[in-house]
Design a binder for this molecule. Structure first.
Ligand code: PLP
Length: 409
């Protein structure tokens, strides 16, 4: 136990961490792909499904009112946690990917023209590249990409230079899922705003690891996923500044997003956030996402961050003692991800052997193929940490790696 951070106690809240994999106690080092769930999240979802499941907003009966209150309560939790101005700025989505696609399909289609530029970075996840490529093939705008420095941090000089071309939209990840690089979202946003751009921040990897203050960052859009924050899959949110959301056309038509529908008169649309929430949402997911955020707050996001920082530092030190191992992503500010390669060994081979030894890591390009191309590598092995990760997990990774390397060399 370091200071007041009682990781053993935290681990007891995660039933999955008690299981064995391939005859070994599970060492789960793939939290960047998806974090495990504490009992309160599992119970909250079960409680809703068992006791007050009903469709929301439309019903006058007691169950519908209870379900609506819990669903809207989760929106309030997100708004408070991320310090948005009002609940209407929080749109429930199926996750960060969906959130970015809404910005592309609605704001992008309405505001970008053949002469526009969208500025991305070499750090982006495919979720923050492909929606723009699809839209560019339709509209014909240019996609420009900010360079990196060799440690995997953003080349700020190149960013400033590319901003002089007056992009309409700047999109960057707050934290890189492959390298862990933490971008200074507030600084990047203010520079982009000075250049007249709208700013979309992909916060999928930041939200689980740090307090994110949207009013302070001042970005126009922010995307995140519930499942990376100890919540269920299939739920996330898009934050958008209210005035921008109000100006945007709806993307998907259906129930809930309308004000009135007629065959005689033009159909009119609901206000944000409902304008962007067509159809029955993932109600149990949203409510349990709220519980996950409350759980993070009960531990203290800053305490989780400090624990993960200590783990990341320890992992760097231990892994670098392995001969031929190179870490990709050594930026001064980085979150709890360590990507590496061992000379002469393909990352997938290492991943398979580590799994046989009970260690779950991710291997491959991590949905960042352009970043892998930038480093001229096929992929990496990625170990990632969360609130429940331990120094013993890292020792187990190192021991398993040493065994796997011996078998492969
Ligand atoms: N952006 C980043 C940086 C990610 O790491 C991920 C998922 O790994 C996503 C976006 C997409 O998130 P989701 O699959 O939850 O939509």
């Amino acid at each position: 136990m370091i200071g007041d951070y009682d990781v053993a106690n935290i681990r007891r809240e995660f039933p999955i961490l008690e299981r064995q994999v391939n005859g070994f106690p599970l060492v789960y080092l793939d939290s960047a792909a998806s974090a495990q769930k504490p009992r309160i999240v599992i119970e909250t979802q079960r409680e809703y499904l068992a006791h007050f499941h009903s469709n929301i907003h439309r019903g006058a009966h007691s169950l519908a009112i209870q379900a609506t209150e819990a669903f809207e309560g989760a929106r309030e939790i997100i708004k408070e946690h991320f310090n948005a101005n009002i609940n209407a700025e929080i749109i429930f989505t199926s996750g960060a990917t969906d959130s970015i696609n809404i910005v592309a399909g609605s704001w992008g289609r309405a505001n970008l023209t053949a002469s526009s530029t969208v500025l991305l970075t070499h750090l982006e996840h495919h979720s923050n590249i492909v929606p723009w490529q699809i839209l560019a093939s339709e509209i014909g705008f240019k996609i420009d990409v900010v360079e990196l420095l060799s440690d995997g941090s953003l080349d700020i000089q190149d960013y400033k230079t590319k901003l002089t071309t007056s992009p309409s939209l700047v999109c960057f990840s707050h934290v890189s899922n492959t390298l862990g690089t933490i971008n200074d979202a507030k600084l990047l946003t203010s520079l982009a705003h000075e250049a007249g751009a709208i700013v979309l921040v992909d916060g999928a990897q930041a939200a689980p690891h740090m307090n994110v203050d949207l009013s302070d960052i001042n970005c126009d859009f922010y995307a995140a996923s519930g499942h990376k924050m100890y919540g269920p899959t299939g739920i996330g949110f898009l934050y958008g500044k209210l005035a921008i959301l109000e100006s945007m056309p709806p993307l998907r038509g259906g129930g809930e997003m309308i004000s009135s529908v007629s065959f005689e008169e033009p159909t009119t649309f609901n206000v944000p956030p409902y304008k962007f929430e067509a159809g029955t949402p993932h109600i149990s997911g949203a409510i349990a996402f709220g519980a996950a955020i409350k759980w993070m707050e009960s531990i203290g996001v800053e305490n989780i961050a400090a624990h993960e920082q200590a783990l990341t530092k320890y992992a760097h030190e231990k892994l670098l003692q392995i001969e031929g191992l190179k870490i990709y992503g050594t930026a001064e500010h980085k979150a709890s991800v360590v990507s590496f390669l061992v000379e002469g060994i393909h990352p997938s081979d290492l991943g398979i052997l580590l799994d046989q030894l009970g260690v779950a890591v991710r291997t491959g390009h991590h949905c960042t193929e352009p970043l892998m191309n930038w480093f001229k590598i096929p992929g990496t092995v990625r170990a990632s940490f969360a609130a429940y990760s331990t120094f013993e997990d890292i020792d187990a990774l190192v021991a398993a790696l040493e065994r796997a390397i011996k078998m492969l060399k």
